[in-house]
Write a protein that binds this ligand. Sequence first.
Ligand code: FES
Length: 160
Amino acid sequence: MLDLDASLGERLGMEKIIEEALSGHVGETGGLITGLRHVQERCGFVPGETVRIAAELFNISQAEVRGVISFYADFRDAKPGQHHVRLCVAEACQSVGARAIEADLQDRFAVKMGETDAAEFITIEPVYCLGLCSCAPAAEVDGKLIARVDGQRIADEVSS
Ligand code: FES
């Protein structure tokens, strides 16, 4: 019973955060995207209940909201790990070992590309060019761009 009450309280708190993040952008050009970005900044991801709340606030269908969330790769629909790694797997990076780095990270952290490990320590996502092609392979670790990266460098970054 206590767990249910705590869960309800947590859910209502989350809904209030989502509503606050979105409501200031109703009527703005591109307001839905800006609002969704604020939801992700505050929650770390875009929780499922955002779809219903955004549809009500912006007076659009839930399918339209889902379409926007799924179109933009930067929106996450699940809670990320403590560290967020985006590994470039576009052509220039693949040609110099991005897939080997992916395999290395999978071994080191027991996590597959696009997932978060069981301990919620690290999330690894693919990205298709970080603008560092001439210094490939490249990754972004917790918002920091790293050129000529390898698995050890990423491990060092998330351990420091
Ligand atoms: S292809 Fe990887 S940074 Fe451009």
